[in-house]
Design a protein. Sequence first.
Length: 339
Amino acid sequence: MPERDVLVEVNDLMRHFDVSPPALERLLQGKPRAAVKALDGVTFSIRRGETFSLVGESGCGKTTVARCIVGLYRPTAGNIVFDGVDLSRLKQRKTMAPLRRRMQMIFQDPYASLNPRWRVRKIVAEPLVAHGLIADKAQLRSRVGELLEQVRLAPADGDKFPHEFSGGQRQRISIARALAANPEFLVCDEPTSALDVSVQAQILNLMKDLQRRLRLTYLFISHNLAVIYQISDRIGVMYLGRLVEIAAADQLFAAPRHPYTRLLLETIPRLDPPDGPLSEREPVAGEVPNPIDPPPGCAFHPRCPHANDRCRQERPSLFAASGTLVACHAVQEGRVSVG
C-alpha cells in the first residue's frame, strides 16, 4: 500500500516570546533582555487522513505549535507548509484566506470559546458568513441545521444560547463550527480535557466517525495519554520546546525508546500492578527546567537516569531507531534497552 501524501509539514519551527523586564528597569539595573524559547526547532509531517498527536507535560510547547500552524502566532524561524504551499510566504490576507479556510481549530475550553451572547445558529454560521460561502438566509439556516445534526445535535438547538448546553454539547457546537467551512485539516487543542471521562469518550468517538466520513486530517494535542492512545495514528513526544520521539501509536506504547517517553508512560494507572488493583505508578521525577534558561546539552538530562557527560554538553538530534525517530544519546549508544 503506497504511503499517503503529506498534507502538513513543519520544518525547524521556532517561536520565542520576549519576557524582558521593562526598558527603564533594564537600563537602571543592568538587566539583560530575556526570551522564552517555547519552540526550539520542531520538525514533523502529517499525512492526509491520519491523526498525528503531540503529547507532553504542560508548558512543553504543544499549544504553541497549534497556534503557529493556524496563524495565531507568527513563527520566529522555520516554516509551515500546507498542501505544498509555504504559509510564511503568504503576506496578504486575500491570498491566505483560501488556505486558512481549509484548516480550522477546536479549542480546549468549550465554555470560553463560544460567544455567550450569540445564539448557536449564529455561532455555527460565522465561518460560512466570514468566508462568503453562503449568503442566502434560508440556505444558511439549512446548512447550520445539517452541521448540528452531523455532531448529533438537533437543528432546533440553533435557537438556544451556549449556557443552555452541557460541556460535551458545547464542544459538539465547537466541532460543528469548525466543520462549517468544509476544512480538510483540524487542529484539536486538548478538546476533551475540560470534560468528564464518559463525555470524553463520546467526543472522541464522534471525532473518529467524522474523520472517516469526511476524510479529515487531525493534529491532536493532549497531555492525557489514554486519550492519545485511543485516537492517534502517530505520536510526537515534546519536551521543553523540542520533539524527543516520534513513533506510531502502537509502537510508542509497546516499546518507548526515549527515557522521557518511558517516564510519561509510567504515569498511566495499571490494571494489574503488583501492589494492588488500579494503583498508580510513580509520577515523572523532577521538574521541567526554566525555559528562559534551559540546561545545556539535552534538556532532559537533569531528570534522566541514563545521563552522562555527553548528554550534559551536546544536544541530541532526532535519528531513526527501529522504526521510530528519537533524540537521545543513550539510545544511540545502546545504554538504554529496547522495550
